[in-house]
Design a protein around this ligand. Structure first.
Ligand code: ARG
Length: 457
């Protein structure tokens, strides 16, 4: 097979080298963007009078029929043509003859691949942003059902203070909201048109780059040809944002795993989003959550890999850059699938709240309330903390919960305790007293639900 660079070469490429250097086995995924970019480039060549109207028509027609061939699986990608760009170009030349050979005028695969990646990524960012939105809305839907469901909130995985389950779920909606904002923000850096930069120095032909940008709906063009062909920081930025999405999902996944233990029994996953054991018949495992937790490491790895790939490269394009694609593609697939699976898992899950009485009996969730009570009665907080600590120690020794204490027992620790202390040790009272903006008081949570329902429409 004749290579596009065969003019300068005497020997054929070694088979091993062909297999080593090809990228078409994975970059074929870019074909539609490659063709879209080539059509815009062809129109720009025509505007610069480098191809005639008739040639342009032939080239665009040829590209469109190649698109159909690939779409329908009739196109044969060949390893010898290395990558998606040369496979399509060679096919075009074969199809329409010498006019096809004019398409690569004023262009290099270096600016071509930069363009393809940007076109691809701006589409995928939109898809992922939509998947984030779906999952956020699902969590909002579950939160609406559980404003009044009270669960223990934890720090250090030790029972800390009671919170509304809705408040807990909406914490994740906040995270996903920032993930969406990050993706939307980075779009303006992805959405910059590199074509016309050619190999590195810029094209020697009078190409109207702003015209190409308009054709491809790019609001901006790159300002420096050397930067344009060697910049992949927009990919790093995406991998970083994707890593945070995965971090958030992994944390939620960890909660789902803990919540579904027999010890907690706070959530029951649907059969559709659980798996069983091949040996233990009683098992129902939260595998989607575990897999997402595991796949998070894989996405972090891609981010580190790309950062490392870039750090030693002098300007401008180096072949190392070809290694940017598999981590990017795998990240897109992984994040998209993780979001979709979590949406299904959370939508079909059932929360099984514990009765408030059992929360009161265990874990001293309202101990802070007792300290706050004493503060309201005029005691400095540090003293109140000490008195309450002694009260808790007494309960532990006696095997009692805070709600089991009589007023007389409370008063052993401070004369400031009066009958109204019993309102303070109630779980619901404790939740509703966190009535600052952003707190877990149920009326605050309802306010946030109202705001989020509007914002996530
Ligand atoms: N397949 C290559 C890549 O993905 C395309 C650019 C190749 N350019 C070159 N001069 N070899 O980076």
């Amino acid at each position: 097979m004749k290579k596009p660079w065969s003019g300068r070469f005497e020997q054929a490429t070694d088979d091993l080298m062909i297999r080593f250097s090809e990228s078409v086995s994975f970059d074929r995924r870019l074909y539609a963007y490659d063709i879209q970019g080539s059509i815009a480039h062809c129109k720009t060549l025509q505007k610069a009078k480098l191809v005639t109207a008739a040639e342009s028509k032939q080239i665009i027609g040829g590209l469109q029929s190649i698109l159909k061939e690939i779409d329908s699986g009739r196109f044969e990608f060949k390893l010898e043509f290395e990558d998606v760009h040369m496979n399509i170009e060679q096919r075009l030349i074969k199809k329409i003859g010498s006019a096809g050979g004019k398409l690569h005028t004023g262009r290099s695969r270096n600016d071509q691949v930069a363009l393809d990646l940007r076109l691809y990524l701006r589409d995928e960012i939109t898809h992922i942003e939509r998947a984030l939105k779906r999952l956020g809305r699902t969590l909002i839907g579950q939160a609406k059902k559980h404003v009044n469901t009270i669960i223990p909130g934890y720090t250090h995985l030790q029972r800390a203070q009671p919170v509304s389950l809705a408040h807990h779920l909406l914490a994740y909606v906040e995270m996903l909201g920032r993930d969406r904002a990050r993706l939307n923000d980075m779009l303006k850096r992805v959405n910059v048109m590199p074509l016309g930069s050619a190999a590195l120095a810029g094209s020697g032909y009078p190409l109207d780059r702003h015209y190409t940008a308009r054709l491809l709906k790019f609001p901006a063009v790159t300002h420096n040809s050397m930067d344009a062909v060697s910049d992949r920081d927009f990919v790093v930025e995406f991998l970083a944002a994707a890593s945070l999405v995965m971090a958030h999902l992994s944390r939620l996944g960890e909660e789902v795993i803990l919540w579904s233990t027999s010890e907690n029994k706070l959530i029951e996953l649907s059969d559709a989003f659980s798996t069983g054991s091949s040996i233990m018949p009683q098992k129902k495992n939260p595998d989607p959550a575990e897999l997402v937790r595991g796949k998070t490491g894989r996405v972090y790895g891609h981010l580190m890999g790309l950062l490392t790939l870039l750090k030693g490269q002098p300007l401008a394009y180096n072949r190392d850059m070809q290694e940017d694609k598999e981590p990017l593609f795998d990240t897109v697939d992984t994040v998209q699938m993780a979001l979709d699976v979590f949406d299904g898992m959370m939508k079909s899950a059932t929360f099984k709240p514990q009765p408030v009485a059992s929360l009161e009996a265990s874990g001293f969730l309202t101990a802070t309330e007792i300290a706050d009570y004493l503060v309201l009665k005029g005691m400095p907080f540090r003293d109140a903390h000490e008195v309450t600590g002694k009260t808790v120690a007494y309960c532990l020794k006696q095997g009692k919960g805070l709600t089991d204490l009589t007023l007389g027992e409370f008063q052993q620790f401070s004369p400031k305790f009066k009958k109204d202390i019993f309102d303070f040790v109630s779980i619901e009272g404790a939740v509703d007293r966190k009535n600052v903006y952003g707190g877990t008081a149920r009326n605050q949570v309802r306010e946030q639900l109202k705001r989020l329902t509007k914002e996530w429409k």
